[in-house]
Design a protein around this ligand. Structure first.
Ligand code: 5GP
Ligand code: MG
Length: 201
């Protein structure tokens, strides 16, 4: 078989090793270099805005798990300000779903945000339900401000019309995986953002 055949060159049978996550990727949409560069820019912008809050500002980042795990790890290392991290866990694409099944919150929302400046961090903005729900719930707890930051935003009305202060990339309306985003719990460790081959779904 030819070396160009993904299955033959990368199949575990042929190499006697565990399956590779890249085998099921059809197309890379955003490379790891592009992600790293954009996060540096986004970090600089957010850091400038956080500095405007002044010396007494208390800052809380609220990453939405599990999808934002890699993004937030990279983003916070671009932010020199003193801050707390208070994660929330939300599920809207359970199992093999590739469209939103409604937002389910598991666990608690951060309690101690009163009088603080909050930045919600998520992987991708799609229907907008997740960001809207978390923002509304946090607002009830009387923070001084709530902003949101996503790595990806789909170019669809529901996403574009959802208020979100910081956006990494606008992408086409396709189901993507990698850099924290999963399909049926897999592919989060792919270093780039891409689309899966039809046969993998
Ligand atoms: P929303 O509430 O805006 O519809 O969706 C946000 C959540 O849905 C994201 O945090 C993410 O977990 C999931 N999601 C939306 N679009 C995609 C996608 O293309 N791929 C993956 N893997 N998850 C998605
Ligand atoms: Mg998510």
């Amino acid at each position: 078989m030819s070396r160009g055949n993904v299955k033959s060159s990368d199949s575990p049978e042929s190499r006697g090793r565990a399956p590779r996550v890249s085998v099921d990727v059809d197309r890379v949409l955003i490379s790891r270099e592009q992600i790293a560069e954009r996060i540096r820019e986004l970090g600089a912008e957010i850091a400038r805005d956080l500095d405007q809050l002044g010396p007494g500002a208390e800052i809380v980042l609220v990453p939405i798990l599990t999808g934002s795990i890699i993004f937030v790890a990279d983003l916070i290392r671009e932010l020199p300000q003193k801050m707390r991290l208070d994660v929330v866990t939300v599920s809207s694409y359970p199992g093999k779903a590739t469209s939103s099944q409604g937002v389910t919150l598991s666990g608690m929302l951060p309690e101690h945000v009163a009088g603080k400046h909050v930045l919600i961090v998520d992987d991708i903005l799609d229907s907008g339900k997740t960001i809207r729900m978390i923002r509304e719930e946090l607002m009830k707890r009387k923070p001084l401000s709530v902003r949101a930051c996503v790595l990806l935003r789909k170019q669809i009305d529901s996403a574009m019309q959802t208020s979100c202060e910081y956006v990494g990339f606008d992408i086409p309306d396709e189901f993507v995986v990698g850099y924290g985003l999963d399909y049926d719990h897999y592919y989060r460790n792919l270093p780039e953002v891409g689309c899966l081959r039809r046969e993998a779904l």
